[in-house]
Write a protein that binds this ligand. Structure first.
Ligand SMILES: C[S@@+](CC[C@H](N)C(=O)[O-])C[C@H]1O[C@@H](n2cnc3c(N)ncnc32)[C@H](O)[C@@H]1O
Length: 328
């Protein structure tokens, strides 16, 4: 998954430090888990019980996919049932618009033609499709908010249908949702993170065609296959929560990996698409970025200039009070 602040590349060194520092601990906390890579590393490589948290729900789902499970999952069986249920749901929509639902032609090159396709897709997703989706019922947040922007109308429908038909069993469900989040992150027509979609300008039009041509099904399938065989030595916990709540479960001598934001821009600004997918509820969006209102996006005191110092001091103080700090 594309995630700023992702510590994956540092794990060869960081991982060794964490193994060493946490060798006598019972629990480990990753209260700002983000992409979840550090939680996954600790859960797979130690006997620590890992507790992950993040203000963003999608981040906690990513962590939960591995740290809450202590056995692998039969990926082919999960994918067969899940995809069949999603296809059934999509067919109910596609039956009404056999031509409009064609995927974008990958050989489209003329920026004017691309702009036309994009504008048609936006009208289709914003005006034509919603009444039918309302009639079918259920939640279609990706199609309504992001179809024609971050995703082609077809990609958006597939994401919604897969979100709606997630497997019921909780442990399998988190793995499936985590894979769906990863697939959305990889398919989004956006530069780098998902803060703003590409606009159909002369310079960016081709990027839209390339992104809209990506196959959501195969990316979900690849992600499920990659996560299904990974699991924790001991079952941990993960949920969307403030760092203070995650730290509450810790005991003296436990390990804390505290990696709070270091940017003045709230993370939720970059990841609202993934957060909407994780929540699965329709939202109102506005502006070029198709953002939900700021009050509905998780906001962090670490990203506010006036509060960051106090928040960092409180984090250190909380760890010290609970005797989680190991001094050399
Ligand atoms: C630097 S990133 C963490 C990156 C993560 N270690 C990784 O490897 O992907 C900081 C994270 O802290 C989260 N965050 C910000 N304020 C928080 C708070 N008060 N409590 C919990 N999480 C918070 C953000 O949503 C963001 O995902």
């Amino acid at each position: 998954m594309k995630y700023m602040g992702h510590k994956g590349r540092l794990l060869p060194t960081l991982g060794q430090v964490l193994l060493e520092v946490g060798r006598d601990s019972e629990n480990a906390a990753d209260p700002f888990c983000g992409s979840g890579v550090v939680s996954w590393f600790l859960a797979e490589n130690t006997d620590l019980v890992v507790h992950a948290g993040d203000l963003q729900r999608f981040a906690s789902v990513r962590a939960a996919a591995v740290i809450e499970r202590t056995a692998s999952i039969e990926a082919p069986a999960v994918l067969t049932c899940w995809f069949a249920a999603a296809r059934e749901r999509i067919d109910r929509v596609i039956g009404h618009f056999p031509n409009a639902m064609r995927s974008i032609k990958p050989d489209l090159e003329d920026p004017r033609e691309i702009r036309e396709v994009v504008e048609r897709s936006r009208r289709f997703s914003g005006v034509v499709l919603p009444p039918l989706l309302d009639q079918i019922g259920g939640q279609w947040p990706i199609s309504k908010a992001y179809g024609g922007y971050y995703f082609s109308p077809t990609q958006a429908l597939v994401l919604d249908a897969l979100r709606h038909t997630l497997p019921r069993c909780a442990l399998v469900r988190d793995t499936a949702l985590s894979a769906l989040i990863e697939a959305a992150s990889r398919c989004a027509a956006a530069p780098g993170h998902t803060a703003q979609p590409f606009q159909p300008t002369i310079g960016a039009a081709l990027y839209i065609v390339e992104a809209w041509s990506r196959d959501v099904w195969s990316r979900v399938s690849d992600a499920v296959n990659a996560i299904a065989s990974r699991f924790a030595h001991r079952a941990g916990t993960a949920s969307a929560r403030d760092f203070r709540v995650t730290l509450c479960d810790m005991r003296p001598g436990d390990l804390v990996f505290a990696d709070p934001p270091y940017s003045g821009v709230h993370y939720s600004r970059f990841y609202h698409v993934l957060e909407t997918l994780a929540r699965g509820a329709e939202i109102n969006v506005a502006g070029q970025g198709r953002y939900p209102p700021a009050v509905e996006r998780p906001a962090s005191e670490f990203s506010r200039k006036t509060e960051a110092k106090r928040a960092a001091a409180e984090l250190i103080e909380k760890c010290a009070q609970a005797r989680l700090l190991r001094l050399p």
